[in-house]
Design a protein around this ligand. Structure first.
Ligand SMILES: Cc1cc2nc3c(=O)[nH]c(=O)nc-3n(C[C@H](O)[C@H](O)[C@H](O)COP(=O)(O)OP(=O)(O)OC[C@H]3O[C@@H](n4cnc5c(N)ncnc54)[C@H](O)[C@@H]3O)c2cc1C
Length: 454
């Protein structure tokens, strides 16, 4: 039986973080409820409640931004990013509801008799000097959400979007806090005021840590490129060495944020999976597929170039997960973390049955061949390759990965005791996940890494 080598990497699941989140979101309502009793209608209280919850959720967006390992490591980076996106929509809806509910007439009759008073009251609100910061927050939030939702459709460069997302978020938070403290019914006094100040400082500290302090610390624990060579068509294998020989504590399969060059520019870094095993030494290995401006330039990165490493992040690893058999399913460059895991299993001399199902466009695009060959010598490894464009004499699978091929990765073992790690295109992972669930693999035993948060 495989024993976890490093309890630091034991995945805690999303529940502890989720419970804390709910606590922080509900806390302002509880504090307000214990505040001085006032005579206001139900709808007004609802409007204020929507505003309080929205503000708490807005501040917590800084914590779920994906740069805090304690959160993304426990809940998983994909879940964390999905949660960040989903809560953005919920808080956006609450922010829109907040003024709408405040201008609603007290009865349905009033609303039906004079429907024009709603827009008139809204216009009055928008023009009121003491509500200016609230209006600014709302308008900028609309811009922020629209840019995030449409960035791929309007072809906004990722780096520009990231920088604008951060700046807009900081201004929205500052304006919202000002609005709550200056014009809020409950927030402008007492304990709730102190609570907002505290949460505001927390959000600012979290951003300062991720974007200022961390890059400075990374610059100290510097890395540099040791070698850069092709590993399959359009894929570069970069080996990074620690300048001080200190290395990085990580579990095979996790990912890091990397930036190349002399200056640590935090908004210019990109996430890459570690294709190495911590058991092999301190060098880190990346497989970078040419995709856009950053990754296409990877081929030209010369040995000796300084590298800034932020990590490890993510929960795509075996350690701390109990299983009798391991199924690895990779599509395209999804082989990167999978090859790190294969190296690690081989180094550990793992005796469990392991299966690798690897789908890729053609033989030329295949990466990590040498790793797979040497892992096959060290492990009880079953391999299956599926090519979209197979050569005429190809003996393996062709086309897309089929449910039958996915089922073969379980190797006839008890599905409840199989751990399945999936990394590749979203469609492939969803289809494979459905097949595995239907076969009886518990959801908790299916771990996946998604390369695109969009
Ligand atoms: C957890 C994780 C692990 C990854 N591991 C690997 C790997 O091992 N090998 C590999 O080749 N690719 C990996 N990727 C994908 C890789 O990060 C993107 O392909 C790369 O950032 C594209 O950048 P670009 O400027 O070359 O392309 P662009 O055309 O500018 O970007 C293409 C898309 O990649 C995403 N992207 C771009 N920049 C960033 C960024 N700074 N942060 C987050 N997403 C970004 C965006 O969705 C964007 O639309 C991984 C992604 C994630 C999220």
């Amino acid at each position: 039986m495989h024993t976890p080598r490093n309890s630091r990497h034991r995945p805690s699941g999303p529940w502890p973080v989720l419970a804390l989140y709910v606590l922080f979101v509900v806390a302002p309502l509880v504090i307000a409820a214990f505040g001085a009793a006032r005579e206001r209608g139900f709808v007004t209280e609802l409007a204020i409640g929507a505003g309080l919850v929205a503000l708490a959720m807005l501040l917590l967006q800084f914590i779920s931004s994906g740069r805090h390992e304690r959160i993304s490591g426990g809940a998983g980076i994909d879940r964390t990013m999905r949660f960040h996106q989903l809560s953005a929509w919920v808080l956006f809806a609450l922010v829109i509801l907040h003024p709408l509910l405040l201008v609603l007439p007290s009865s349905l009759d009033d609303l039906l008799n004079a429907p024009g008073q709603v827009p008139a009251r809204l216009a009055m609100m928008a023009g009121a000097p003491f509500l200016r910061s609230g209006v600014l927050a709302l308008v900028l939030l609309v811009v922020l959400v629209a840019l995030a939702a449409l960035r791929t459709r309007i072809s906004l460069r990722y780096e520009i979007w990231r920088a604008s997302h951060l700046v807009l978020a900081l201004v929205v938070v500052a304006a919202s806090l000002h609005h709550a403290l200056a014009a809020g019914q409950y927030s402008s006094e007492g304990f709730l005021k102190a609570w907002w100040v505290l949460l505001g400082i927390g959000a600012l500290a979290s951003t300062g840590y991720a974007h200022v302090l961390k890059p400075v610390l990374q610059a100290r624990a510097a890395w540099r490129v040791k070698s850069n060579q092709a590993d399959g068509e359009g894929v570069r294998e970069l080996v990074l060495e620690s300048v001080k020989g200190e290395g990085l504590k990580y579990a095979a399969g996790q990912f890091i944020w990397v930036g190349f060059g002399r200056l640590p520019f935090p908004l210019g870094d990109h996430p890459y999976s570690l294709a190495s095993s911590p058991r092999e030494g301190t060098d880190l290995r990346l497989l970078i597929k040419a995709r856009g401006d950053f990754s296409a330039a990877a081929g030209a990165i010369a040995p000796g170039t300084p590298v800034y490493v932020d990590g490890p992040h993510g929960d795509f690893f075996i350690e701390g997960r109990d299983a009798d058999a391991i199924a690895l399913i990779a599509g395209g460059i999804g082989i990167a973390p999978v090859s790190g895991i294969l190296r690690d299993l081989a180094q550990a001399g793992d005796r469990r049955p392991v299966a690798l199902l690897y789908g890729v466009r053609n033989l030329e695009r295949m990466s990590g061949r040498a790793v797979i060959t040497s892992a096959a010598r060290a492990l009880d490894l079953q391999t299956e390759f599926v090519l979209e464009e197979p050569p005429p004499d190809w003996q393996g699978g062709s086309g897309a990965i089929t449910p039958e091929a996915v089922l073969r990765t379980l190797r006839g073992q008890d599905p409840r005791r199989c751990l399945c790690l999936l990394c590749g295109p979203t469609g492939m992972m969803l289809a494979a996940e459905q097949t595995l669930l239907r076969a009886g693999v518990p959801a908790a035993n299916i771990v996946y890494e998604q390369f695109d948060y969009a």
